[in-house]
Structure formats: structure tokens, C-alpha cells
Ligand binder design. Sequence first.
Ligand SMILES: [Fe+2]
Length: 183
Amino acid sequence: MPENVDGKKTRADPRHALRPKYRKEKPMKGDKKVIQALNDVLMAELTSINMYFVHYKMEKNWGYDKLAHHAREESMGEMKHAEKMIDRILYLEGTPDMAKYDTILVGDSCEQHLKNQYAVEKKHVDRLKKHIRLCLEKNDFGTKELLDDILEETEESCDWLETQFQRIQDIGIKNYLTEHMHG
Ligand SMILES: [Fe+2]
């Protein structure tokens, strides 16, 4: 029998005796692996916010306002993705990990910016597909739907970048940059 502060024997809380589940820690609402996957996506989104934001600032500084505007929009878009991940992790009773980042690819020219953005977006498509498969496995259709939406937007970003590479090939980098000076 447990003892209270002055050493007297005391009966255990009868609720605990009758309903042993009170003694156990409440399990998390979400699957641990799904929460890990969401944190992995969050890590990528946080990295992209920073990459696009520094591209925006550099391109603005170089006078390529149109490109800068696009990079800024992308940075804001990534912030919305990060917010969705944080909200979902909290809903599943996990902890959002705000401290992990991938390498932030910068680059010293507009063309290198576009190439780095493409590398990051392509990698993210693969990451999202992998985690969507996990959600299906775990029957977490709510998380799957969220990741589906992000995947669609990430594929659109890849598509936009592919168009830019084609344009650069067609008209040359100098003409392309002239086209992207004014927003
Ligand atoms: Fe994103």
C-alpha cells in the first residue's frame, strides 16, 4: 500500500485501481513515423524558405526585379507549406522540429539560382512521394491529402523552372536576363 507524506498508509486512488488505463501515458494521436515524415518535410520547407529568400534579396540587388519577385513569392509559398506541416504535427500531438535544415544552396548568378532551386524542388518531389506512400501504409489519409497538395505545388515549381531553362536555351542567358529585369 502506498504511503502519504507523513508516513501513513493510504489507499491508492480507487479510479486507478479500477481503471488501469489511467496509469498509462496517453498515446499520441498520430503515428510516430508519420510525425517523423512531417518533420522531414518541415525541414525541407524551412530550408527552401531561406534559399528563396536569399535569392530574392540577391536578385533584387542585381537589378533582376522580375526574377526577384518570383523568388519572393516562392519563399512565401514555402512558409505556407511549413505552416501546414507545423499545424498537422501539433494536431497529431507531435513536436515540430524547427532546428533542422538541409544545406541552403545559394549560387552566385541568376542561372545558378535557378539550377539550385530545381535541384531542391526535384529532391522534394521524391521526398514527398516517399512520405505519401508511408501515409497510405499507415492509413493516415488526412496527412496524405496535405502532402498531395504540397506535391502538386512542388511539381508546378519544377515545371516553371523547366520552362525557364528552355527559354534560356532558346534566347540565350543575356536576353533572358534582360527580360527579367523589370517586374
Ligand atoms: Fe514547399
